[in-house]
Design a protein around this ligand. Structure first.
Ligand code: GAL
Length: 942
């Protein structure tokens, strides 16, 4: 049998929650190969040993090891909403492990610790029921003293996929049952250290320290976490390296300590000892508080340059190993990210040690979300139903108790998208009382009553500005006293997010704005199970309720390779602002660090490929200094770059932290015409379009105003809720189906002039095009004017031309902006220079194919194998891909795109921004492409 699946109550039998401590007491890790058998429903479960047992790796998700399948759903529960009942269709998985207990563990009382079991489980050791597990991403410890025995032991974990608690775990991610974090036996020596609570504050050079110690009393029974008897610790001794010895439970004032911050993650090693156990701690002194509606750390304003991080690996799901987590944190640091919201549950405990050490601020979120109830207008929402209060309290308590000693944790978050209600109020009040030294966050309650920050997700820049400047009439006095943060913004789905700079500018302008957290860090694609590393998303596993690719919305791909947005983000998040005087006589340097001056950075100018040092004066935090420049004369671009003098903060020596570039005006290139027929080109008199250039056959040359919709084009911007998504507006207008009519084909002096009209089917709307072709005998110059006519029903995606070549491209070399792509509201990380990219890198492949990869070029050489095509112009938006936009738009997964046999090239005079309407603000007005006259001047040479 399996217990209480319909009970809203917390799990049973667990000890009082406590911190994960680095103890010298013996432990035995039970990870490895376990055996598993499945039952289709709880009613099928038998207690005998029958059935087929197969090996499974712990930690791991069953569905990623061929047992069951993953389900991706965002808001919707993939089962009937009938709380607290789970559906009958509820697979149960018995996990068993036979092991010999080590004599060192057996020499003491002991506990068995589970750190993450996705689903609801009952646990037996040697046939004795230890209790039940609820709270998939939370730790439970069971007492095993007297049950654990010498010689062979048998551990059985009976795990049901669904339970009442599934209603509390509706996070936007894969549902994947399994024991996905470590299982450990821990010796608990009598008189040892049950728990420790470090309170370490910082104020102007001085520190405060109190360490509460809670001793094991030897018969570790179900404790009560409220029973923190400080006296218990009286016999324990505490020493902190470099600071001396301390008495447990006593407030100490330290005249001089080094502060902890993400920029200066200084940790003091400490030991708490009793005769039977030693615990090693790392203490960071820091104080977080709110004053004048401003978030302060160690007395100075704090700006979160954050990301939301889920634990995700494309083969291992939420079983993310430590090396991967460390690499993720370093990648964040290298891109000027200073904060993580652990969306939407506490991560693996070891992640917190890394965050302390590497220096990342954390908003540590409880494992709680009931978003699906929004479908029923929040009726029956557990957040406001007293029968669920014990579960809420239990979850919050386990979250806080486990991670309370980490300086990186500045804020506790009650959970995500759980509506409003008395249970949330209760856990907010509890968290505040248990840990008054941290702030409490919850976004979902518009009253912001028991929280320390006003938090929103995806608010538009207009609204953020109103909030920052206290101009929002809806705010009452209480809310006005709170700093503001965006716990989610800038939805990084597909091509985008556009508009990052506009948010950042607001954060720099209004002290009330404490920054925010991009949604999200990593894409949750899963690789084909047991097969190729092709990226799959919702619906690919036969799910009947799913949300497609809405889970592919990260700055880095599932395998942790960066998408192009990460380079843009690094630039936007730079802690140093640089502004070049238009005449290049000076650069203004703005120090936006929290605690550092710029002594760790050196400045250089790069002019015509020559790097020369610039003297960087001291710039204190918050200050700005004008630094005079004496640069070599040049017609080319100039870069001012700030780099690290030495390795540190997760970066190598020489790592670039900030840069600014001046790119001089470049006139459109022209050819000195000679009155030749049309030099290297052959035109088709029936269409007026070139069909051959030198040795290269050109196909399908045509005006185009459409792009394969991005995920953002398919969304509705927050401010446009009355309109369909732009992709639908384009489809309704048939923007992808422009029909061409040749008007005339004439000569005008040296030029061949072709006039065409490109109209939308059904309507009277289109563009009149004038193609003026000239040549110098070797190259072909095009001056293309586009004039809209008629009442246009939609904005344009782009304005330019397409052409096709019947050979696959090998690579593209270009002078212009790179290495990443650039749309009007993205590409902050792209700088002017000369770059080469393979066709794949140039095209920028996304899990769901869509418009991407445009580079803004002055000169590009497209290597087509036997031939090549050179394009010259000024700020021409160029795409090069093996597929037409129609093929891209019609293909659901990257791996379904046909092999490259040809090349589609587009040259655009203008493109639309991308915005972030897949969830959030649409394309800002200044980045939209409204129908308007456009001119494209290029030189083509084969
Ligand atoms: C938010 C939610 C996230 C995610 C995001 C969209 O509403 O908190 O979990 O679903 O939207 O990707």
């Amino acid at each position: 049998m399996i217990n209480d699946l319909a009970s809203p109550l917390p799990g049973t039998g667990g000890r009082a929650p406590r911190a994960h401590l680095r103890s010298d007491a013996p432990r035995q890790v039970l990870d490895g190969t376990w055996q598993v058998r499945s039952f289709p429903t709880p009613r099928h479960v038998t207690d005998d040993d029958q059935g087929i047992w197969s090996p499974v790796e712990v930690p791991g998700h069953l569905a990623l090891q061929g047992i069951g399948t993953p389900i991706y759903a965002n808001v919707d529960y993939p089962f009937p909403m009938d709380p607290p009942f789970p559906p009958d269709d509820n697979p149960v998985y018995d996990h068993r492990l036979e092991f010999n207990a080590g004599s060192d563990v057996l020499a003491h009382p002991s506990v068995l610790r589970f750190e993450g079991v996705d689903g609801a489980a009952t646990v037996w050791l040697n046939g004795v029921e230890l209790g039940t597990l609820r709270g998939s991403r939370l730790t439970t410890e069971f007492e095993t003293t007297g049950v654990l025995r010498a010689g062979a032991n048998l551990l059985l974990v009976r795990l049901a996929q669904w339970s009442a608690h599934s209603y509390l775990e509706d996070q936007d991610m894969w549902w994947m049952p399994g024991i996905f974090r470590s299982v450990t036996l821990l010796a608990r020596p009598r008189g040892g250290i049950r728990d420790v609570f470090v309170h370490a504050g910082y104020d102007n050079g001085a520190g405060t320290l109190r360490i509460d110690v809670d001793r094991e009393n030897g018969d570790a029974k179900n404790g009560d976490a409220e029973n923190h008897d400080v006296e218990d610790g009286a016999e324990a001794t505490i020493s902190v390296d470099g600071l001396g010895d301390f008495t447990p439970g006593v407030d100490h004032l330290l005249p001089s300590v080094r502060p902890w911050s993400a920029e200066t993650p200084y940790l003091y090693a400490a030991q708490v000892r009793t005769p039977s156990e030693t615990v090693n701690l790392r203490i960071g002194f820091r104080t977080v508080h709110v004053e004048n509606s401003t978030l302060l750390l160690n007395g100075a304003p704090l700006l979160f340059r954050g990301v939301n991080r889920h634990e995700h690996d494309p083969r291992r799901g939420r079983a993310v190993d430590l090396d991967t987590a460390r690499a993720e944190l370093l990648l964040m640091k290298q891109h000027n990210i200073n904060a993580v919201r652990t969306s939407h549950y506490p991560p693996d405990a070891a992640f917190l040690d890394l965050a302390d050490e590497i220096g990342i601020y954390l908003v540590l979120e409880n494992d709680l979300e009931t978003h699906g109830f929004v479908t029923e207008d929040w009726h029956r929402n557990p957040s406001d139903d007293p029968q669920w209060l014990p579960a809420y309290a239990d979850r919050m308590r386990r979250t806080v108790e486990r991670d309370k000693n980490h300086p990186s944790v500045l804020i506790w978050s009650l959970g995500n998208e759980a509506g409003t209600g008395a249970n949330l109020d209760a856990i907010a009040i509890w968290a505040k009382q248990r840990d008054p030294e941290r702030l409490v966050h919850y976004e979902g309650d518009p009253r912001s009553l028991h929280v320390d920050l006003y938090s929103r997700m995806y608010a538009t820049t207009g609204e953020v500005e109103r909030i920052g400047s206290f101009a929002d009439p809806d705010e009452d006095e209480h809310r006005r006293s709170l700093p503001f943060m965006l716990c989610e913004y800038a939805h990084a789905m597909g091509n985008g997010p556009g508009g990052l700079s506009e948010y950042q500018e607001l954060f720099h302008t209004y002290p009330r704005l404490a920054g925010g957290f991009i949604w999200e860090w990593v894409e949750h694609a899963l690789y084909e199970i047991g097969g190729r590393p092709v990226s799959l998303y919702g619906g690919d596993f036969g799910e009947r309720v799913h949300d497609g690719n809405f889970v592919i919305d990260g700055l880095v791909h599932a395998g942790k390779t960066p998408g192009p947005a990460l380079a843009d983000l690094a630039r936007v998040f730079s802690p140093v602002g640089l502004e070049l005087a238009p005449d290049l006589s000076a650069v203004t340097v703005i120090n936006r660090y929290h605690a550092l001056d710029l002594a760790h950075l050196e400045a250089v100018a790069v002019v015509d490929g020559v790097t020369t040092p610039i003297e960087l004066p001291s710039v204190t935090v918050g200050a700005q200094v004008v630094v005079p420049l004496t640069l070599a004369a040049t017609n080319g671009p100039v870069i001012i770059s700030l780099r690290r003098r030495a390795a540190g903060d997760g970066c190598e020596a020489g790592h670039e932290v900030a840069w600014v570039q001046h790119v001089p005006h470049r006139p459109a290139p022209t050819l000195t015409s000679v009155p030749l027929r049309l030099g290297p080109a052959v035109f088709d008199e029936h269409t007026g379009m070139p069909v051959r250039l030198g040795e290269l056959d050109l196909h399908d040359v045509a005006v185009s105003l459409w792009r394969a919709p991005t995920d953002n084009d398919r969304g509705t911007g927050w401010e446009e809720q009355d309109l369909p998504p732009v992709a639908v507006r384009w489809a309704n207008a048939r923007l992808d189906d422009l029909r061409t009519r040749l008007v005339e084909f004439t000569e005008d002096g040296d030029a061949l002039v072709v006039r065409t009209r490109h109209g939308l089917p059904v309507r009277y709307a289109g563009v009149a095009a004038t193609w003026r072709w000239t040549t110098d005998g070797t190259a072909l110059a095009l001056d293309l004017s586009l004039e809209p006519y008629g009442p246009w029903p939609c904005d344009w995606a782009r304005a330019g031309l397409d052409l096709r070549v019947a050979a696959p491209a090998r690579q593209v070399t270009w002078t212009g902006y790179g290495p990443g792509p650039q749309y009007p509201d993205t590409g902050q990380g792209a700088r002017y220079g000369t770059f080469t990219a393979s066709t794949d890198d140039f095209a920028v492949r996304t899990v769901r194919p869509q418009e991407h990869g445009a580079r803004v070029v002055d000169d590009a050489l497209i290597d087509l194998g036997a031939a090549s095509l050179r394009v010259l112009g000024t700020d021409v938006s160029l795409t090069v891909r093996p597929w037409s936009r129609a093929t891209i738009a019609a293909t659901a997964h990257d791996h379904e795109l046909p092999d490259a046999t040809e090349t589609w090239i587009s040259l655009d005079a203008a493109t639309s921004g991308v915005g972030t309407a897949s969830c959030g603000q649409g394309v800002l007005p200044e980045y939209r492409l409204t129908p308007s006259p456009q001119r494209l001047r290029v030189i083509l040479q084969a």
